[in-house]
Design a protein around this ligand. Structure first.
Ligand code: NAD
Ligand code: DAU
Length: 336
């Protein structure tokens, strides 16, 4: 019976993944290993707190002692979601990004070798490929060209994973996914930030001209992809996941306004993100062909369900939206 160490399992995608794995496979145990940074929230997993196949360990992936002590609990596989994940924060201070995303990955890789794991999965991002022009797609062969401190730290981690696989024969796969949305996403990312602001009749800050394009995928489709890469992926391979749903930020903003019945006067054009990537779009044909995976959730249904989740979970939102959080955005992008 596999015992999977899921790092970063108290964050947005990690918590959705833990729930997905435990509810879909009665033969898997999960150890959720998370440092509980500002983005980690055990309230994301209250329904699983007493689940017989679930254990939570508070630990830091950059600490060899923390990681070794977790691995000693019979871990057979490692799936690494733990990261500093927000581009704007990496522009303010890249230190924690290099520490967690690069050094933390190295510590996990050493532990994966030492404990002879069956498979190590590195959850990476399409941002390592950089920015596209108006046409074309990222494939697994696209050269790495990260543009932000966040994506550079994720690319550094990916290269370490590939080096450990090549040099030591560590069984490892890398997944690279496009922009996720869905329940439990921290309201600093565009979709939950805009939904929660609009529910309070507050303005929404569109960076620059709002014509940057992102490829949206529901978090459960990403979770199913990571699971497929873990179970069926070939060591040394990279698998891209995307939602085949490209949308400029301004169009997304107007869609959210319409779904929430709010006026366009709530749009605020603010300073652009420094080094802002213009367009991401994923070609996920390899994952479809080799893993039998494909995105299942339509953007229309997924977005409506996500809005309903944030409406129903106002307490979760208000516990996060602190004064400090607002001050960060005011400092970076001017008064909102
Ligand atoms: P998140 O910021 O919501 O969660 C990150 C989690 O990692 C938090 O629970 C945090 O407490 C934990 N963490 C941070 N530093 C840690 C450390 N040193 N030790 C242990 N735990 C630590 O992030 P997310 O959006 O859920 O992203 C999860 C992973 O997926 C990241 O690796 C990210 O790069 C990748 N990814 C995200 C997206 C997206 O759209 N959000 C898309 C593709 C890939
Ligand atoms: O592509 C995958 C990546 O998607 C993940 O690797 C990252 O962890 C995740 O944060 C996300 O990165 P983005 O920078 O694309 O996501 P974010 O929600 O921060 O921004 C999405 C787009 O919206 C981007 O073009 C910037 C813009 N934006 C964002 C915010 C927060 C705004 O215009 N206004 C905002 O307030």
């Amino acid at each position: 019976m596999p015992t999977v160490l899921v790092t970063g399992g108290a964050g947005f995608i990690g918590s959705n993944f833990v729930r997905h794995l435990l509810t879909s496979d009665p033969a898997v145990s999960v150890i959720n290993f998370d440092a509980l940074t500002y983005a980690g929230n055990l309230a994301n997993l209250t329904d699983l707190a007493t689940h017989p196949r679930y254990t939570f360990i508070k630990g830091d992936i950059t600490s060899r002692a923390d990681v070794r002590s977790a691995m000693q609990r019979g871990v057979t596989d490692v799936i690494n979601f733990a990261a500093e994940s927000h581009v704007d924060r990496s522009i303010m201070d890249s230190g924690p990004f290099v520490r967690t995303n690069v050094l933390g990955t190295q510590v996990l890789l050493d532990a994966a070798r030492e404990f002879n794991v069956k498979t190590y999965v590195q959850v990476s991002t399409d941002e390592v490929f950089g920015s596209l022009g108006p046409t074309g797609y990222f494939t697994e062969e696209t050269p790495l060209h990260p543009n932000s401190p966040y994506s550079a730290s994720k690319a550094g981690a990916d290269l370490l994973v590939q080096a450990y696989q090549h040099t030591f024969g560590l069984p490892a796969v890398i997944t690279r996914c496009s922009n996720n949305y869905g329940p439990y996403q921290f309201p600093e990312k565009i979709i939950p930030l805009f939904i929660t602001n609009l529910l309070n009749n507050e303005p929404v800050p569109v960076y620059g001209d709002g014509q940057q394009v992102r490829d949206w995928i529901h978090v459960l489709d990403h979770c199913r992809g990571v699971e497929a890469a873990w179970r069926k992926g070939k060591s040394g391979e990279v698998y891209n996941f995307g939602g085949r749903c490209e949308m400029p930020n301004l169009a997304l903003t107007k869609l959210l306004l319409r779904l929430l019945g709010k006026p366009e006067s709530l749009i605020r054009y603010v300073a652009d993100r420094p080094g802002h990537d213009r367009r991401y779009a994923i070609d996920c044909a390899k994952a479809e062909r080799e893993l039998g995976w494909s995105p299942q959730v339509s953007f229309d249904a997924g977005l409506r369900e996500t809005i309903a989740w944030y409406q129903a979970n106002a307490e979760w939102v208000s516990s996060i939206k602190t004064g400090a959080y607002r001050a960060y955005y005011q400092k970076q992008y001017g008064k909102l």
